[in-house]
Design a binder for this molecule. Structure first.
Ligand code: SAM
Length: 124
């Protein structure tokens, strides 16, 4: 799974390719019309990919994400943004020089995200 890019596809497919127990922080900001079965699938996948010491956050705005600096403080952490929108989480990660994986199905929003993170420094 490539790091530090916003991948333009369906979260429900992409999440299957993430390794077990590999993600430190999950940002969860879906639209609210997800069917219950899909929601259950996503929760089970979140538990699968999530490190024991990880955190799941469901919220969204720039200030709140910046408040998560404590959980973004380890350079080796990987942040997973399941519904990236126009890439606010990716922008915060790029500014903090942290790795992230982001999924977004809408091409226009992915393009906006790419523009706001064009100078991202990739951590290896
Ligand atoms: C509430 S918005 C996320 C906003 C984002 N957190 C931000 O700060 O800009 C939800 C996003 O999920 C995307 N989305 C909806 N269904 C999706 C799916 N199946 N896979 C990936 N993205 C999806 C929508 O296009 C929308 O941009």
């Amino acid at each position: 799974m490539p790091l530090n890019k916003v991948l333009c596809s369906d979260t429900f497919y992409l999440i299957k390719d993430i390794e077990d127990n590999s993600i430190n922080c999950i940002i969860f900001d879906p639209l609210f019309d997800i069917e219950i079965e899909k929601y259950k699938f996503l929760v089970s996948e979140i538990y699968r990919v999530f490190k024991d010491s990880g955190c799941v956050y469901s919220f969204m705005n720039w200030k709140r994400i910046c408040e998560c600096k404590s959980i973004l403080s380890e350079k080796l952490n990987i942040v997973l943004d399941l519904f990236s929108g126009s890439g606010v989480v990716s922008e915060v990660c790029s500014k903090l020089k942290r790795n992230s994986i982001a999924f977004e199905i809408d091409r226009k929003r992915v393009q906006i995200a790419k523009e706001r993170i064009e100078n991202w420094v990739i951590q290896k």
